[in-house]
Design a protein around this ligand. Structure first.
Ligand code: GDP
Ligand code: MN
Length: 403
C-alpha cells in the first residue's frame, strides 16, 4: 500500500527521522493558515507547496488546467493561497501518472529548506528495500540526489552505493557509517547522516515497509540532514497489525474498478486493451494475456478469480470487466483443477442471466475435470457464449470476435 508524502513524513518523524516540516491543506485558505502556522513554528518565510498524489516527478510535472508545476516555491506569504489554488483540484500530469494525470485533492505546505548559509545545500538519494534474492534488506544511496535514480543506475552504476542488512542481525553501526562515508560526508553532516540512516532503518522495520525512497535527502547549508521527499510503500500483508497505518489508505488514489474488485476478493488490474479476460490463477492469467496478444488483440485487464471460482465470483468479474468501455470481447479461461468445469460453466450461465444482455461476445475455454460437460452447458445455454477446449481454438474465436 502506498501512502502520501505528508503521511510518510509523519511516520518517519515518529521514529526520529528529521524531515522538512510541513502542514497539509485542502483549500487555498487552509494553505495560507498552514503557512502562517509554519512561520510561527519554524520561523521560515519561504514556503514550498507540494501536490499530494501517489506518484513522483511532481516537481517537473504540470497541472493541466493552470500549467503550474506540482511543487512550487512561494517567497511571500501573500502568494501562498494563489499558488495553492493553481494546484488544488487540478489534474497533475507527471512522468509517473500517465497522460491522464491525477487529481490533486490535497497539498503539503512545507518550510523552505534550501536556504543559503555556510555551504551550498546538497541533495542525496537514499532508499531501503527488500532484496529477495539475497534475503536481506538493502540500503541504496547516491550523491546524485533529486535525479531520476533509474537513469543514474543505468548511466553511472558506480554512483549507487549498496549496503545489505541481514534482518536477523539488524543494521550495525559500522554499516550506517560506511554509507555516510561513501557519500563523502564529514564532520557534523557525517554524524547527522549516520543518525538519519539509523532512524530511517528503524522506521522501515517498525512499519513493516517493503520500500522507502527518500529523494532528495538534503544536506542543508548548516549541515542538517533531512528528508525533503518521502515515498513509503507498506507491506499489505502486515497491515492487520498496524491499524493506524492501514487507516492511511486513500481510495481516491486507486483505480475505482480495482477497489471494487478487491471487495469481491478478485485480483484485478486494469489495462488499455480491448479483450477482457477472466482467469483462475495468476500464471494462467499471464499466459492468457500473451495468447490474446498473439491472436491480435490487447488485454483489457488482468483478472485472477482465484482457485475457488463460483457463480458469485464470476458475476462480480463480469460486472467489473463490462464497466470498461474498451472491451470488445471477453475470454474466460479456467482450469478445472480445484473447481470442476461444469460448476464454472453453470456459474457463467447463471451470472450471464443475472446481468442480462451482455453486449460483447464471450468465449469460454474450460479445461480439466468435466471439461466436455462444461463445454456442453455453455453451448446449450442459448446465450451469446461460445466454448473452446484448446487454447488454439480459444485464440481463433477471440480473433474472430474482435475482427
Ligand atoms: P517529486 O518531484 O515528486 O520527486 O517531489 P520532491 O518532493 O522530490 O520535490 C521536487 C523538487 O522540489 C526537489 O528535488 C527540490 O529541487 C525542490 N524542492 C523541494 N523542497 C524545496 C525547498 O524547500 N526549497 C526549494 N528551493 N526547493 C525545494
Ligand atoms: Mn522526489
Amino acid at each position: 500500500m502506498n501512502i502520501h508524502e505528508y503521511q510518510a513524513k509523519e511516520l518517519l518523524k515518529g521514529y526520529g527521522v528529521r524531515i522538512q516540516e510541513g502542514i497539509v491543506a485542502d483549500t487555498p485558505e487552509g494553505a495560507l493558515e498552514a503557512a502562517k502556522k509554519l512561520n510561527a513554528e519554524t520561523g521560515t518565510s519561504w514556503y514550498v507547496i507540494k501536490a499530494q498524489i501517489h506518484a513522483g516527478g511532481r516537481g517537473k510535472g504540470k497541472v493541466k488546467e493552470t500549467d503550474s508545476n506540482g511543487v512550487v516555491l512561494a517567497k511571500k506569504l501573500e502568494d501562498v493561497s494563489e499558488k495553492a489554488k493553481n494546484i488544488l483540484g487540478g489534474t497533475l500530469v507527471t512522468i509517473q501518472t500517465g497522460a491522464e494525470g491525477k487529481k490533486v485533492n490535497k497539498i503539503l505546505v512545507a518550510e523552505d529548506v534550501y536556504y543559503p548559509g555556510a555551504s551550498e545545500p546538497k541533495e542525496y538519494y537514499l532508499s531501503i528495500l527488500l532484496d529477495r534474492a539475497k534475503g536481506c534488506n538493502v540500503i541504496m544511496a547516491s550523491t546524485e540526489g533529486g535525479m531520476d535514480i533509474e537513469e543514474v543506475a543505468e548511466k553511472h552504476p558506480e554512483k549507487i552505493i549498496k549496503e545489505w542488512v541481514d534482518p536477523k542481525v539488524g543494521l550495525q553501526g559500522f554499516q550506517a557509517r560506511k554509507v555516510a562515508f561513501k557519500l563523502g560526508l564529514e564532520g557534523n553532516a557525517f554524524k547527522e547522516m549516520v543518525k538519519f540512516i539509523t532512524s530511517l532503518y528503524s522506521a522501515y522495520i517498525g512499519s513493516d515497509a517493503s520500500q522507502f525512497e527518500i529523494n532528495p535527502v538534503l544536506k542543508t547549508s548548516d549541515d542538517k540532514i533531512l528528508a525533503v521527499d518521502a515515498k513509503v510503500n507498506l507491506d499489505d500483508n502486515s497491515l492487520f497489525r498496524h491499524k493506524n497505518l492501514a487507516e492511511l489508505r486513500d481510495l481516491a488514489e486507486e483505480d475505482p474498478l480495482e477497489v471494487e474488485a478487491g471487495k469481491s476478493g478478485l485480483n484485478y488490474v486494469k489495462l488499455d486493451g480491448n479483450v477482457g479476460c477472466m482467469v483462475n490463477g495468476a500464471g494462467l492469467a499471464m499466459a492468457t494475456m500473451d495468447m490474446i496478444k498473439l491472436s491480435g488483440g490487447e488485454p483489457a485487464n488482468f483478472l485472477d478469480v482465484g482457485g475457488g471460482a463460483n457463480a458469485t465470483t464470476v458475476e462480480a468479474g463480469f460486472r467489473i470487466i463490462l464497466q470498461d468501455p474498451n472491451v470488445k470481447a471477453i475470454l474466460i479461461n479456467v482450469f478445472g483443477g480445484i473447481v470442476r468445469c461444469d460448476r464454472i460453466a453453470n456459474g457463467v450461465v447463471e451470472a450471464y442471466k443475472s446481468i442480462g444482455d451482455i453486449p460483447v461476445p464471450i468465449i469460454v475455454r474450460l479445461q480439466g475435470t468435466n471439461a466436455e460437460e462444461g463445454a456442453r452447458i455453455i453451448d446449450e445455454s442459448g446465450l451469446k457464449v461460445s466454448s473452446a477446449i484448446t487454447l488454439k481454438e480459444a485464440a481463433q474465436k477471440v480473433r474472430a470476435a474482435i475482427a
